[in-house]
Design a protein around this ligand. Structure first.
Ligand code: MLT
Length: 407
């Protein structure tokens, strides 16, 4: 008898953003003439930078000739891309990350989900609340949690990110083995200072823990003193790995290209408490289960790292940050307290209503889709997240409609 993985039964029926998509689609069917503005899932709306499109075209042409055609590529990514990333994203900022410590992939979502298969089953995991749901759900699927009771899974250590702590959680009050951190944060848009990240690195050394640092929104950092990478903290290369993505930095949500940085020094431990290097484990995993990102996509990604590509992708993130500024201004003027939106494309908005009730209200009265904060965890209750990913014109319209709906 083939038996199912019963841990799936512990999950909510559907993934947060699928759930929202279903509700929006049901609303659209019932109200076919209502124009809906989507500020829910963080999906980019602007075209790829032209440097990427040119590189894409050239690479497709190479695939059309036997002489330049490419078959299987290296599972960990082509050197031409890994070298540029190491140089531009890290070495140019004074961070010593080498090209062979970078693993190209098709998404930070997949990598943050897949990485936990390198860890023992009975580890203690600390997860912020609110949080990008992928970190929690993938651990539930792997059977590392108990049942969900009142919105929290047994066995996980929740790190509360609240207004009181500026949405940067305190260190856990008990030892944990694996820590998920995301800065600039999804969903709150909060950032962590160098001193705050250093505390986490110190904690990881003290408790022989590992930090999974999600820096997918690093490209939105505008304030000078905010660290762009956990590896800016001394010693972090022994106790942390970092996830990055071109989805939001260069509009690759549909094109798919991301990378994970696993420094050669980074260690976990075996059952005898002897250090084990993580890098060869991930290399083994990727070469076994992944066939790499397509050649034209990697050439398009490489173009992002040219001087013109850096300029064009900065223009994209500036565009969305302008939207974010407008959302903050308008929601603040309506009397809401807002965080984020300065170094992140998300604005985390506090209200006095149940998250899903505001979601329904904004959808029904304003035709605007947001994300209910409770979908990110119990600390998100009575918050909503508004994403800045849409055209400026649509954001202006959405804010006008929200103003009317709430007045
Ligand atoms: C979000 O809206 O939180 C993100 O778009 C989800 C993702 O990047 O997978």
């Amino acid at each position: 008898m083939i038996r199912a993985n019963e841990h799936y039964k512990k999950l909510k029926a559907s993934y947060l953003f699928s759930d929202i998509a279903k509700r929006v689609s049901a609303f659209s069917k019932q109200n076919p003439h209502r124009e809906i503005i989507r500020l829910g899932i963080g999906d980019v709306t602007k075209a790829l930078p032209s440097v990427c499109i040119d590189a894409f075209h050239r690479a497709v042409d190479e695939m059309a000739e036997d002489a330049t055609f490419r078959g299987y590529g290296p599972e960990q990514g082509y050197d031409f891309l890994r070298q540029k990333i190491a140089l531009v994203d890290f070495q140019a900022r004074g961070v010593q990350i080498e090209a062979d410590e970078i693993f190209i992939s098709d998404g930070a979502k997949c990598d943050t989900g897949n990485i936990q298969e390198l860890f023992a089953h009975d580890i203690t995991i600390a997860i912020p609340d609110p949080v990008y749901p992928v970190y929690v759900d993938t651990n539930v699927m792997a059977g590392r949690t108990g049942e969900n009771i009142d919105g929290r899974y047994g066995g996980l250590v929740y790190l509360e990110s609240t207004e009181a702590n500026g949405f940067v959680p305190a260190l856990p009050d008990k030892p944990v083995d694996l820590i998920y951190l995301c800065f600039p944060n999804n969903p709150t848009g909060a950032t962590a200072s160098r001193e705050q990240l250093k505390q986490w690195v110190d904690y990881a050394f003290k408790h022989k823990a590992l930090i999974l640092f999600d820096a997918a929104y690093e490209c939105f950092i505008r304030e000078a003193d905010i660290p762009h990478s956990i590896f800016e903290i001394d010693g972090a290369d022994e106790v942390a790995i970092e996830f990055r993505s071109l989805s939001k930095s260069a509009g690759f949500t549909g094109t798919r290209c991301a990378f994970t940085v696993i420094p050669k020094k980074c260690r976990v431990f075996d059952s005898q408490a002897m250090p084990v290097s993580l890098h060869p484990l991930w290399l083994r995993r990727q070469t076994t289960k992944f066939n790499g990102v397509s050649y034209p996509v990697q050439r398009a990604a490489e173009a992002v790292y040219s001087p013109e590509g850096q300029r064009q992708s900065r223009e994209l993130t500036d565009y969305y940050l302008r939207n974010a500024g407008l959302i903050i201004d308008k929601m603040t003027a309506l009397g809401f307290s807002c965080t984020g939106g300065v170094n992140a494309p998300y604005i985390w908005i506090k209200s006095t209503m149940d998250s899903w009730k505001i979601f329904d209200l904004l959808l029904e009265k304003a035709g605007v889709v947001c994300t209910p904060g409770s979908g990110f965890g119990t600390c998100g209750e009575s918050y909503i997240r508004i994403s800045a990913f849409n055209s400026y014109e649509n954001v202006v319209k959405a804010m006008e409609r929200i103003g009317m709906a709430l007045s």
